[in-house]
Design a protein around this ligand. Structure first.
Ligand code: BEZ
Length: 220
């Protein structure tokens, strides 16, 4: 699956019951994060972070799904560890569904596992992916990390902010952008969008004189 592709619908068993992807997403955004397997240290820290910081995602209209490649029974045991790591009541449910993909069928369908690893015993070492899916069920952004590297959640949140900025306004964001008023105005942006979203537009004069680099301030 590549950027812009339709993410296939699927039905899965999770720690919170059966989930159907499109029904779960409805018309909001969704972030699916894969984890090589249960009782693994890096994944435990990531899943615990997602519990503590769930509001960061709901505030952005993003629903979370976690997936790993073991049985539902093992995942239910793992949830207790994740809560304990956060010093929370171990019997609490997670605030997001955790898919138990023991056959690795869903991971393969979402291109989160190298095909050669699908039927390999042991941990699914290639499966530390994060897929950001838009309300139109298309793939908007994705990250891939090695199993031993914890993901930078600040960067994932920042990426959500830039993708949603473009979705809402058609504007772009510059290098190392964090939510702020200064944005890039693509030269191809229709005038009515410029009028609606941009003030104080300034063209940067470069040797090519092609006027393609334009900054502006976001109106609201
Ligand atoms: C981890 O989550 O710590 C992990 C998972 C698979 C391989 C190595 C590390």
């Amino acid at each position: 699956m590549l950027l812009g592709d339709q993410v296939p619908d699927f039905t899965a068993e999770t720690t919170e019951g059966t989930l159907q992807l499109y029904d779960y997403i409805k018309d909001v955004w969704c972030l699916i994060m894969s984890h090589p397997g249960v009782f693994t240290p890096v994944c435990t820290t990531e899943l615990a972070y997602m519990v503590k910081e769930i509001k960061q995602f709901t505030d952005r209209n993003v629903k979370l799904i976690a997936i790993s490649f073991d049985t539902k029974e093992k995942h239910i045991q793992w949830v207790k560890d994740i809560n304990a790591f956060n010093k929370e009541d171990t019997s609490k449910p997670l605030p997001y569904p955790l898919i138990a993909d023991s056959t690795r069928d869903i991971g393969a369908k979402l291109d989160m596992i190298r095909p050669a690893d699908k039927s390999q015993p042991g941990l699914a070492l290639t499966a530390r992916h994060a897929l950001l899916i838009g309300p139109d069920k298309k793939l908007k952004c994705y990250f891939v990390y090695p199993a031993t590297s914890g993901r930078n959640m600040d960067e994932i949140l920042r990426a959500i902010d830039t993708v949603q900025l473009t979705h809402r306004t058609g504007l772009s964001s510059e290098v190392n952008w964090k939510p702020c008023k200064r944005i890039i105005v693509p030269a191809s942006l229709p005038p009515e969008k410029v009028q609606e979203f941009v003030k104080n537009r300034k063209v940067v004069d470069l040797p090519s004189h092609q006027n393609y680099l334009q900054f502006g301030e976001l109106k609201n």
